[in-house]
Write a protein that binds this ligand. Structure first.
Ligand SMILES: *Cc1c(COP(=O)(O)O)cnc(C)c1O
Length: 488
């Protein structure tokens, strides 16, 4: 039997082919225009395989992967929700995929219209004046937004503002982006209920603070009820408020960051607005700003003139500069555009309540077996601090691995850092009650196993393609090149 676990080079047999091409066109005449010094001197060392073997090889490889299309993926802070297939179809249309970023603007009016419309939709959703779609990811959006913040202070001749305040519960990219943008990071503490401690914030606010980075609901899934006071304190101190809008589903069409007092934000189109992501997949992190900051947005920009014609402009003298070689990830924008239009103004309001309902349903159903450090209604996600009964030594990592045996992706674990055994669960709005019930049943079962036969949980996973990995070595010394293991 052919072993498709073999790497494609190992399936190779001399002389086997997966194609037949007319020899004339491609072997003799076809090459006549290529300068001889550019022609290959010897045959490329490619695997020799037939088409069926190639199809089976890649299909089997894809089956070893876990994705949203394979099973439930409750990865907190990542919004791994269903991505409607019609969006994939739309962004694969050749009219769009064959566009070139250097094409004359007259020949890409439709694409620019989509870009401009999406800017406007995001502005309305966010309650901010204007958006740029140029950044390629959430973290890239954070950097762009922080550079807007810097440019704003510097344009007023205020060079003292070197600090950015970041809550201890923040996503790791927040302090990292602030550092990359050249700021010093100052941490503000969270209260036991997970929200920012306003009393801890007050003494930090002086004329060296450029701004604060927050997300609301915060990383623990709790709504910051003191946001209006926080906004006033930061603004009174001369700082700006940055909103990390990577996961915007809980407040879509309900609450707007601009109305809460935020000046700058980014949105992850690839989490909130439908694009399969994870594993470094395609991203887009548009940045929106309030009216006093629009002149600092990056070049190029898309604008509409009085004759409804669209233009790509780079004439903005107060801009922070260019942050991408062209204008961002168009395919991701197309999916977001299709997603927003297909939901419409009315239905987009259901996203938040559904994601909130799903998260609270799981939380309340499991809190007898898992330790819930923060009580109360959460928004789209929440955090358990491991099993309630830790006496048998079963950890969050063990539970996460055991979930894989039952066909579920693990939640986000050991983040946020506020708790020792964090398990951050985000079901998203697209899961049915049946799926949630099955997940709840399995989580109860694992808790029971942890009590009665803990070794089974500690040994997990047993049903997966690979068993428990040495993740540190895998991250630090990955083997990325083909290696014939039979020869080692
Ligand atoms: C995912 C995420 C980011 C970073 O987004 P990338 O596209 O991965 O760079 C930032 N903040 C939060 C809260 C996130 O969930």
């Amino acid at each position: 039997m052919v072993n498709y676990d073999k790497i494609i080079f190992e399936l190779s047999a001399p002389g086997r082919k997966g194609y037949s091409l007319p020899s004339d066109n491609y072997h003799t005449d076809g090459f006549k225009d290529i300068p001889s010094d550019l022609l290959r001197k010897q045959e490329a060392d490619l695997p020799e395989v037939n088409e069926l073997d190639v199809v089976r090889h890649y299909t089997n490889l894809s089956n070893k992967n876990f994705g949203v299309d394979t099973g439930f993926y409750p990865l907190g802070s990542c919004t791994m929700k269903y991505n409607p297939k019609i969006n994939e179809e739309l962004c694969s249309l050749p009219e769009f995929t064959s566009l070139h970023p250097l094409q004359d603007e007259n020949s890409v009016q439709g694409a620019l219209e989509l870009y401009w419309n999406l800017q406007k939709m995001l502005s309305e959703i966010a309650g901010l004046e204007e958006f740029t779609l140029n950044p390629y990811a959430g973290a890239h959006g954070e950097l762009t937004g922080l550079l807007v913040m810097k440019k704003y202070h510097e344009s007023r001749g205020d060079f003292k503002r070197t600090k950015v305040i970041v809550p201890d519960s923040a996503h790791g990219t927040n302090p990292a982006s602030a550092m990359v943008a050249g700021f010093e990071v100052v941490e503000v503490k969270s209260k036991p209920n997970g929200s920012i401690d306003v009393e801890d914030l007050k003494p930090l606010l002086d004329d060296t603070v450029a701004g604060i980075m927050m997300t609301n609901p915060n990383t623990l899934g709790m709504f910051e009820t003191e946001i209006v006071e926080i906004a006033k304190l930061v603004h009174d101190a001369g700082g700006l408020l940055y909103y990390d809008g990577a996961n915007l589903n809980p407040l879509l069409g309900k609450v707007r960051p601009g109305d809460m007092g935020f000046d700058i934000m980014h949105i992850n189109l690839h989490k909130t607005f439908s694009t399969p992501h994870g594993g470094g997949g395609p991203g887009s992190g548009p940045v929106g700003v309030a009216s006093h900051l629009t002149k600092h947005l990056p070049n190029p920009r898309v604008v509409k003139d009085e004759n409804d014609k669209f233009h790509i402009l780079s004439d903005n003298k107060d801009t922070l500069g260019n942050i991408s070689s062209f204008m961002g990830n168009f395919g991701v924008m197309m999916r977001a555009y299709a997603y927003i239009l297909s939901l419409g103004k009315e239905n987009i309001k259901n996203v938040g309540p559904l994601s909130t309902l799903n998260a609270n349903y799981i939380k309340e159903s499991l809190k007898d077996d898992f330790l819930l450090p923060i009580e109360g209604v959460c928004k789209h996600e929440f955090v358990f601090d491991g099993l309630k009964d830790k006496s048998t030594g079963v950890t969050t990592l063990n539970v996460a691995k055991r979930l894989l045996d039952y066909g579920f992706h693990a939640p986000t674990i050991y983040f946020p850092l506020l708790f020792h055994e964090s398990m951050m669960i985000e079901p998203t709005e697209t899961e049915s009650k049946d799926t949630l019930d099955r997940f709840i049943e399995v989580m109860h079962k694992i808790a029971e196993e942890a009590r009665e036969m803990p070794e089974v949980v500690k040994d997990a996973p047993v049903n997966t393609i690979v068993r428990k990995l040495d993740e540190t070595t895998a991250a630090k010394n990955p083997i990325l090149k083909y290696k014939d293991l039979t020869e080692v």
